[in-house]
Design a protein. Structure first.
Length: 287
């Protein structure tokens, strides 16, 4: 994929996987737009990526990904500033160890870790669908955790019970279901949907709210201590894979294609899509 004059939008671009992918894409000379929660982080990250990549075509947009109104406005703002989009990387994420509810009545973990990806992608499909080799790349979990995905479609907001592990798994499964269903819906377009597992990448995920026992566990893990600041697998999927041949594929951190689709019920993916449309459209954000 020739990247000169190509434009990419990366969520979660100020740290961890998102920042690593944004930096890698920037090094190709492409135009990169990152999403930041606030202007100060956005400005600082743009400066760091520009200096590291030697690419001046880096910018940021601000949005609160826990609020679908803000996510929809993000999509509209991007379209006002750019008339093309060759790659959308859904890499934003956050951990919530206690249940929090947004002002829109959504579980905050579900909103940020899944529904924001759905809403932003949905709002940008009119740019992506007609663009040759366009791709939507979504961060997924490790393949070993995806052998028996369980998704309670009647409890997406975890109103019946909540735990960090449940919320993390729910969003992880939902993102994979979304990526596969999106691939089906893009079959007759120029765009493609891919999923990938980044492996361990240095991140601020849950940094300030992480309980002591999890901090201790991570501090003792050599994988976490030695995690790189790069994400070559994500950059590869976002820029180097033949988009149409990779539609609906799942890649691991070594760029191997992993056959996990058979573990995911296609009818559940379709139902999740419809439920996601309903949740996003409560305030008129997805039409």
């Amino acid at each position: 994929m020739e990247l000169k004059n190509k434009t990419f939008l990366v969520t979660g671009g100020t740290s961890g996987v998102g920042k690593a992918i944004a930096t890698g894409i920037a090094q190709t000379g492409a135009t990169v737009v990152i999403v930041s929660r606030n202007a100060s982080n956005g400005q600082q990250t743009v400066k760091e990526i520009s200096e590291k990549s030697g690419n001046k075509n880096i910018s940021f947009l601000t949005a609160d990904l826990s609020l679908m109104k803000s996510v929809y406005e993000l999509g509209e703002q991007f379209k006002q500033q750019h008339n093309q989009l060759h790659g959308l990387v859904n890499a934003a994420g956050a951990w919530y160890f206690k249940k929090e509810t947004t002002s829109e009545g959504l579980d905050k973990s579900f909103a940020i870790n899944y529904l924001s990806h759905f809403t932003l992608t949905h709002s940008l499909l009119d740019l992506l669908k007609p663009t040759e080799e366009a791709r939507i790349v979504t961060v997924a979990g490790a393949p070993r955790f995806l052998k028996k995905p369980k998704l309670d479609l009647n409890n997406l907001q975890l109103t019946k019970s909540y735990s960090w592990l449940k919320s993390t798994n729910l969003a992880m499964f939902a993102r994979v279901y979304f990526g596969f269903e999106l691939a089906d819906r893009l079959q007759n377009t120029s765009a493609s949907s891919m999923l990938f597992h980044p492996g361990f990448v240095k991140s601020n995920l849950g940094k300030n709210k992480m309980p002591w026992w999890l901090k201790l566990m991570f501090s003792l893990s050599s994988d976490v201590r030695n995690a790189p600041e790069t994400c070559e697998s994500g950059v590869h999927v976002a820029t180097k894979e033949n988009a149409k041949s990779a539609n609906g594929k799942f890649f691991d951190e070594k760029n191997n294609v992993i056959d996990i689709r058979k573990n995911f019920d296609q009818s559940a993916g379709k139902e999740l899509w419809l439920l996601s449309e309903q949740l996003s459209s409560k305030s008129g954000f997805v039409k």
